[in-house]
Design a protein around this ligand. Structure first.
Ligand SMILES: Nc1ncnc2c1ncn2[C@@H]1O[C@H](COP(=O)(O)OP(=O)(O)O)[C@@H](O)[C@H]1O
Ligand SMILES: [Mg+2]
Length: 310
């Protein structure tokens, strides 16, 4: 349904835009109906950039993103609006998505103005209530309230309800549970599971390997803008092949370690390069198929130079 094919993103950096920073390089991901893909990587690895390209909030520098076969960069006018009805995002900080001086239900009235001007009042109210109930919010508990009167979990759900009103097919969820407390996290994850069962494709972006992976179908591990490993979640987690993925997995409980420690450990690890033992690229790019539905990149991918074969 939604495909990223060899997608790259280069930003102009520096005061006069003279330098360039490649934030995403040659990334291919497929989102299918009823499937959740976890996109996992440390801070700065390009996750949000990927989400923003999918949402067409920023342009693609190389490669293409297609939705039902159409290159989304070519969409304009009515077709772009149609795309936005199908593909929506919910972001990290639920509080920043709300203007504190307006009541929370303003997100719904703006949606109505933009997308559903012809829907009568009673019908609209009905649709809003349905959407709220499907994210397990009681309409009376959230409508007519100011953002500061609601919890982070309630605001996050309001945003998901807003997306649902558009009858979306793809949801980009960028770090949406990182800021929630543990029990609210589980609720929101369960909600995402329900949405998946209803046929939504979900791109679940997280820097935290421990979050939400149990409900994702596919996992993509991103390092410095490049995919180092991807595949069926269970295979990636039970048989991690890239040393970076292994480092991520082993460091999950070690909260005292930071990412630079992991990088150092990776640089000196003699680690067997699964990519080279598998004979190189099988997807036409930088990933080798180590087993069915499980791809791995060379150890050197993402700036590491210690691959003995590479
Ligand atoms: N608008 C921008 N202009 C220039 N550089 C950017 C911009 N947005 C992000 N970057 C840079 O791109 C890289 C990836 O950022 P981002 O996609 O936000 O990563 P993540 O979400 O994984 O933390 C970072 O080095 C970041 O500084
Ligand atoms: Mg981000």
């Amino acid at each position: 349904m939604l495909r990223l094919d060899g997608v790259s993103k280069t930003y102009r950096a520096g005061a006069f835009g003279g330098r360039h920073l490649t934030a995403v390089r040659d990334v291919s991901i497929e989102l299918r109906p009823g499937e959740m893909v976890s996109l996992i990587g440390e801070s700065g690895s390009g996750k949000t950039t990927i989400g923003r390209m999918v949402l067409r909030l920023t342009s693609v520098s190389g490669g293409a993103i297609t939705f039902d076969g159409d290159d989304i960069s070519t969409l304009e006018g009515r077709r772009l609006k149609e795309y936005r009805r199908c593909v929506q995002g919910v972001f990290q900080d639920p509080f920043s998505s709300y203007n504190p001086v307006f009541k929370a239900d303003r997100v719904f009235s703006m949606l109505r103005t933009n997308f559903f001007p012809g829907v009568p009042d009673a019908e609209w109210r009905h649709r809003v209530e349905d959407a709220l109930i499907s994210v397990r919010l009681h309409p009376d508990a959230v409508l007519n309230r100011y953002p500061h009167q609601l919890s982070g979990g309630q605001l996050q759900r309001l945003l998901i309800a807003r997306a649902l009103l558009l009858d979306i097919k793809v949801l980009v969820a960028d770090e949406i549970i990182s800021m929630l407390d543990a029990s609210t996290r589980i609720d929101v994850l369960n909600l995402l599971g329900d949405l998946k069962d209803r046929g939504l494709a979900i791109l679940f972006i997280t820097h935290d390997l421990a979050l939400g992976n149990y409900i994702s179908d596919q996992t993509v591990i991103l390092r410095r803008g490049q995919i180092v490993e991807s595949g069926v979640t269970e295979r990636v987690f039970t048989n991690p092949l890239h040393p970076y993925t292994r480092q991520l997995l082993t460091s999950v409980p070690q909260l005292h370690r930071n990412w630079s420690d992991i990088d150092t450990a990776l640089a000196v690890a003699p680690g067997r390069c699964a990519y080279h033992t598998q004979g190189g690229p099988t997807d036409g790019r930088q990933l080798a198929e180590a087993e069915p539905d499980h791809l791995v990149a060379c150890l050197a991918t993402g700036g590491n130079t210690s691959c003995p074969d590479g």
